[in-house]
Write a protein that binds this ligand. Structure first.
Ligand SMILES: Cc1ncc(COP(=O)(O)O)c(C=O)c1O
Length: 367
């Protein structure tokens, strides 16, 4: 125990759990706990990084080359693109830009574990809307949770950690049911892994920016740059200006920008890798169902096992087999799609875990 401090920390901050990162894996273990990309960086990206050595200089504050590149790609203006040190930092900026004490932010739960903390730090109240039983957003309940105090609503598609998408038709109807001054944040961190043809795609219509919708994307997952911290938003210029105003200046490094540009140059190769990960995911999901698991549709680079009260024990079983997975005690386990060499062990251990669950456990497929 450390000595108490006389410093007065905001009580809601003192009560906040510290962000828990997926555990690091030992040399023999597979780290399947942080939804990272298992492939090593492309040589072309490493070369570009090697050439970016002027670390005695500050980076270009607005990452203008990457903004221009993304603007061209999505048919929008440069002002309708914003770059952040990971998409989570843009999420934080947006929340700070639109809300403060007395306001509310609505989001699905369970979803990305950073949401509650970001809302509390900004001073607004959290409004968590439970997912439906199949791990999908309950958009009707989310729309019904909107009050005069609501400033933003977050949609996470595919939902981390459960996996299903929101469909384009559902999203469009949802938007129509909301007040038009409400900011809708569409968090699409895993969009590139989606294979469901009817999934929402916040960047589907070239050149179309809806005035109250911001789509968030990242280079951390499909592009394999998690360690460099770079993500982007596409949305209305005024909304993004407000986010830019809350940003910590110069937090996107030149290395991150250069690596993102190099990744866009090597997009075909990266898309091949994404295809491999999505196929591996589908194979794992099918194997889990064959073994008797009842799991939600997996559209990201992870699968969800709704182990409920058995979660901690199940995580220990995976751990014992050298598989570091993410446990949400009382709720379920999320297993990232990792190296091909991890697949057989994942399926073997998962089969033994499901056999040990009570017959009437919701995670067991009904015969
Ligand atoms: C749903 C979701 N949004 C955002 C992020 C943050 O990604 P980034 O690395 O771009 O900050 C994650 C990362 O796990 C995520 O799962």
């Amino acid at each position: 125990m450390s000595e108490p401090t006389p410093v007065r920390v905001r009580p809601e901050i003192a009560a906040l759990p510290v962000y828990r990162q997926g555990r690091q894996a030992g040399a023999e273990a597979f780290k399947l706990s942080s939804n990272e990309n298992p492939f090593e960086p492309l040589p072309h990206v490493v070369d570009a990084l090697r050439d970016t050595t002027a670390v005695n200089r500050y980076p270009d504050a607005s990452a203008s080359r990457l903004r221009a590149r993304l603007a061209e790609r999505f048919g929008v203006t440069v002002d309708e693109v914003h770059i952040g040190a990971g998409s989570v930092s843009i999420l934080s900026q947006l929340i700070l830009a639109v809300s403060g004490p007395g306001d509310e932010i609505v989001y699905p739960w369970r979803s990305f574990e950073a949401y509650p903390g970001l809302v509390v730090v900004g001073g607004a109240d959290r409004v968590e809307v439970p997912l439906a039983a199949d791990g999908r957003h309950d958009l009707t309940a989310m729309a019904a949770a909107v009050t005069e105090r609501t400033r933003a609503i977050i949609v996470c598609s595919p939902n981390n950690p459960t996996g299903p998408v929101v469909t384009q038709a559902e999203f469009d109807a949802f938007l129509r049911s909301l007040p038009d001054d409400l900011l809708v944040i569409l968090d699409e961190a895993y969009a590139e892994f989606v294979t469901a043809p009817d999934a929402v795609d916040g960047l589907r219509e070239l050149g179309v920016v809806r005035p109250n919708v911001v789509a968030l994307r990242t280079f951390s997952k499909a592009y394999g740059l998690a360690g460099l911290r770079i993500g982007y938003a596409v949305g209305h210029r005024r909304v993004l200006d407000a986010a830019r105003a809350t940003a910590i200046p110069l937090s996107v490094t030149a290395q991150a920008e250069v690596a993102a540009l190099a990744s866009l140059d090597a997009e075909d190769e990266l898309r091949d890798r994404v295809r491999i990960i999505a196929e591996r995911r589908d194979r794992i999901a099918a194997g889990l169902r064959d073994a008797g698991w009842c799991i939600p549709d997996a559209q990201g680079n992870f699968v969800w096992l709704p182990t409920g009260a058995e979660t901690t024990d199940a995580a220990a079983t995976f751990d014992g087999a050298g598989l570091i997975v993410r446990a949400f005690p009382g709720d379920g386990l999320r297993i990232s799609i990792g190296e091909e060499e991890s697949v057989d062990t994942v399926l073997r251990i998962a089969a033994s875990v499901v056999e040990g669950l009570p017959e009437d456990h919701p995670a067991r497929r009904l015969a």
